[in-house]
Write a protein that binds this ligand. Sequence first.
Ligand code: SAH
Length: 406
Amino acid sequence: MIRRRRTILTDAAAAIPESTAAHGARVNLLGLPRAELEAFCAALGHRTYRARQLMHWLYKRGCGDFAQMTDLARGFRAELAERAEVALPHILSEQQAADGTRKWLLSGGSGQAFEMVYIPEPDRGTLCISSQVGCALDCAFCSTAQQGFNRNLSAAEIVGQVWLANRELGFVAGAERIISNVVLMGMGEPLANYRNVLPAMRILLDDLGFDLSRRRVTLSTSGLVPQIYRLAEDINVALAVSLHAPDDALRNELVPINRRHPIAELLDACWHYIDEQNGRSVTIEYVMLDGVNDSPVQARALARLLAGHPAKVNLIPFNPFPGTGFRRSSEQAIRSFRDELIRGGVIATVRRTRGEDIDAACGQLVGRVSDRTVVRLGSKMAAAQHRPGAGRGVASAVGPGEGAHR
Ligand code: SAH
């Protein structure tokens, strides 16, 4: 049974999603996708077109101040001021790299911080956003994993990153967009925070929201298989999967969630997603680790897994961080690996590393995680393997309450 998110809401309290419903707190409108915003307006006794007006102010004009929303009735504005808010994360600091990449450290309150990165390119502007403070997945080569996991970001904090970046980048209402692509490749495992990531992505795609093309919103996952099936029912975005190894023995070490959902199961879920959503292809991410996963034999094994399927491989040169034992593969090894994949019938490209001098590249985002519950999936999985009924306890680490299974 797939548990469905409730979208028909009947009263104001129900219109407040869990993530924004601190006791007696105002509803943060930023996190509400259109259906929930309409329900919120209806619960206050207003027609649903008010929600569309609100979205226009919020996302088309970048205005979060009810007083300035002059086409809303004065009474409605007063009610909004009382019942609602537009709350954004705070910017703690900003850094700019030599190549123009910009990274912001954002505060999510209570000492927690997370990062977002803007990567300008001649033909597009990509914003890389975070979905969690820290991460529980414990991938061996990722610096976010070293932080442990603290908490999920709310839908408002996820959407708020795009809102803030637009503001900081000088977006002007009606002008050409600056952020053309959004990738959920910052801190965290987006599918472990499904309940907040889904509404946030709905707002990214909504033509009254950020109005991004579905091919330009990319969700990257380390391979939470049940949630990929759930995603296939819920939303059409570009899917990227962190494979990083062509066989289970190696992937178990690099990406511990593989011990729960091995490669064959993961790839089946990917093909299902593409079928179900009429997608073009899944992006298979593969970090290039010197002497670990970068041999021609491994390239051929990877090609055999993927040839004939709707997949393209994106090779990511490893980005080092303090204390890591891994090294980046040589340029020669990366080129040979790519050529071997192409010979094996698989489309493959190499991701250009951006923002390295400010630690803004893939896997280098660390934010600031204090008071963390150090949940490290690798060690949990190892411990669980020695117990009967192995692995069940890990669910709480990778997605509290996200128990959709097939
Ligand atoms: N949790 C999501 C998003 C992670 S970041 C996921 O696992 O897909 C996006 C990509 O960067 C992932 O493929 C991730 O495995 C990769 N990555 C992590 N650490 C890296 C590093 N140090 N160097 C290069 N890529 C890295």
